[in-house]
Design a protein around this ligand. Structure first.
Ligand code: AMP
Ligand code: MG
Length: 524
């Protein structure tokens, strides 16, 4: 029997209506709602490291009670599940009330470090916030969320986690590409875990409705629960809190840029107040380095959420959060300063991160900035796999006399079409690689040390889009072994794992245009 904590429910106002139908919910932070009972749910996979950190053992996660809770099929009688009310800006436009349309929070559990973690089911049935949708999730998108949450955690990127993946035993109708070809797909539920699932949009909805007392109550709750070091809430504490959110959001984006992750739908309702990556939908991993790339077909035109735009969008989203918090702060100066500082601070942090990727002992100003700028121009001359490129670069020897050809051979595994490189391209690549060699020969680190440092920053294994798709295709046929293989492989993304060498290779050609491997829609 798990003992859930419900301070969130006890301290904040509930929607007085308890029936489950779609509606606008004002003057409340959440609605009580139960997941749907299921006739034949089954467990596909459990994240063992996460389960253990919640104090669960194998016997627990193999039990019926675990399946019942993780699928939402039957909860303990003392549980009080609920859906959150939030709003958000979608693709730059205020969208009004959104809310947990297919997420149901089960309550908070203390982990083995006595930190409260909220458990949340995604795809466990409709809620008052489901609008015209069904509250369900399909296996395809649930596998993607499950694998990527855990992969990001092991990469050291702040993220919500995924405890389990269950089949509901029911089928769900989806029009994957919004082209009129709807089909039945297997339904699934992911049990997500985070210290809080509160988003920027939770504050925005109350601000937009001029519910200032409620806005303050929610802010005070979140500060006391998740930011206790900030002390008793006051205007000054709110300002510090906002600065902390700017910092953690920036740290998250820096990590996305480091590992080549593109979120795909950075709407303000998909921004966690803890600066954790949340809501894995049409996300994707950069293969060829391209700042304009977005995996989200819904965003193919505007490319608002492309890889290179992510820092700027984070800042735009923080502006919206600042606007939402203004009524309880009552003055703009520090908020404005934090926002204005964001771009400069990002540049500084990003330079540090790129210096780490390159194995530079110190970032020594303008010259290194140029080296980094030149590098990213070079990576765009022809399709170049970012992940592979940095692992190759770590192998460069400072003292060796390379010919041009040998220099190129070092990084050649990262090129998708080396035969397309013109002489001019080749010359810029040789030049950059020799500049880089000169730069690293001037520092005191040994090659072994530099390469070890680089390999702790540059992952060898990421959840390449086609790898997730292969796991989905097998899972759809009832074979979950690929999910388990990926879960285990991605637990150590920075380590060489010779038995998994194939998983670190370039995307195969067949995956270039295959649905799910190169393009995704929001329909999940
Ligand atoms: P997303 O773009 O996935 O972050 O979702 C935006 C909003 O749509 C959120 O309020 C979600 O809860 C809601 N939503 C997305 N898919 C569904 C679904 N199948 N059923 C109900 N609500 C959904
Ligand atoms: Mg969302």
């Amino acid at each position: 029997m798990l003992k859930f904590d419900y301070q969130f429910l006890d301290q904040l106002p509930a929607d007085p209506v308890e029936e489950n139908f779609t509606r606008q919910v004002s003057e409340a932070c959440y609605s009580l709602v139960s997941p749907r009972p299921l006739i034949n749910p089954s467990l596909i996979s459990v994240s063992k490291p996460l389960a253990k950190s919640l104090g669960l053992c194998e016997q627990d996660w193999q039990s019926d009670w675990f399946l019942n809770i993780a699928s939402g099929s039957a909860l303990q009688s003392d549980m009080r599940p609920y859906a959150l009310c939030y709003g958000g800006h979608q693709f730059g436009h205020w969208a009004g009330q959104l809310g947990d349309g297919r997420a149901i929070n089960l309550g908070d559990l203390p982990d083995i470090n006595q930190q409260f973690q909220t458990l949340q089911l995604k795809g466990a049935g409709p809620t008052p916030y489901s609008r015209s949708a069904d509250g369900l999730a399909v296996l395809r998108s649930s596998v993607r969320e499950y694998l990527c949450s855990e992969a990001m955690h092991h990469l050291g990127v702040a993220t919500t986690r995924a405890l389990s993946l269950c089949l509901t035993g029911e089928q769900v109708m989806r029009d994957m590409f919004y082209d009129g070809n709807a089909a039945l797909e297997k339904g699934a539920v992911v049990c997500r875990v985070a210290p809080s699932f509160i988003r920027f949009g939770n504050f925005q909805i109350h601000a937009s409705r001029q519910e200032t007392t409620l806005l303050k109550q929610l802010a005070d709750y979140v500060i006391k629960r998740n930011f206790p070091d900030l002390g008793e809430p006051s205007a000054e504490v709110y300002e510090q809190w906002f600065e902390t959110i700017c910092d953690s959001t920036m740290a998250m984006i820096i990590d996305w840029m480091r590992v080549g992750f593109v979120h795909g739908v950075m709407n303000t309702d998909n921004m966690s107040i803890l600066g954790q990556t949340i809501d894995y939908g049409p996300y994707g991993w950069l293969e060829g380095y391209d700042p304009n790339w977005t995996p989200n077909t819904t965003d193919a035109q505007g490319k608002r959420y492309s890889f290179g735009n992510q820092p700027q969008i984070a800042q735009w989203n923080l502006y919206q959060l600042a606007n939402a918090l203004l009524p309880i702060i009552g003055r703009v100066e520090r908020l404005e300063a934090a926002l204005e500082n964001f771009a400069d601070a990002y540049q500084q942090q990003a330079q540090k991160m790129y210096a780490n990727k390159l194995g530079l002992q110190h970032h020594s100003g303008e010259k290194d900035e140029q080296l980094i700028d030149q590098l990213f121009l070079m990576l765009q001359l022809s399709e170049t796999d970012m992940t592979i490129f940095f692992r190759c670069l770590a192998k460069m020897e400072t003292e060796k006399n390379y010919t041009d050809q040998q220099l190129f051979e070092l990084v050649e595994p990262a090129y998708y079409a080396p035969q397309q490189l013109t002489d001019d391209h080749m010359n810029s690549i040789y030049k950059w690689l020799s500049d880089y060699q000169r730069r690293i020969s001037g520092q005191s680190w040994s090659d072994a040390k530099r390469s070890a440092k680089m390999n702790q920053t540059n992952p060898k294994y990421v959840l390449r889009n086609y790898l997730a798709q292969q796991a989905i295709d097998s899972a759809d046929k009832g074979d979950y072994s690929e999910i388990e293989r990926l879960m285990s492989l991605l637990e150590r993304p920075y380590d060489e794992q010779p038995e998994y060498e194939d998983y670190a290779k370039k995307r195969p050609e067949w995956a270039r245009t295959k649905a799910g491997c190169s393009m995704l829609s929001c329909s999940s």
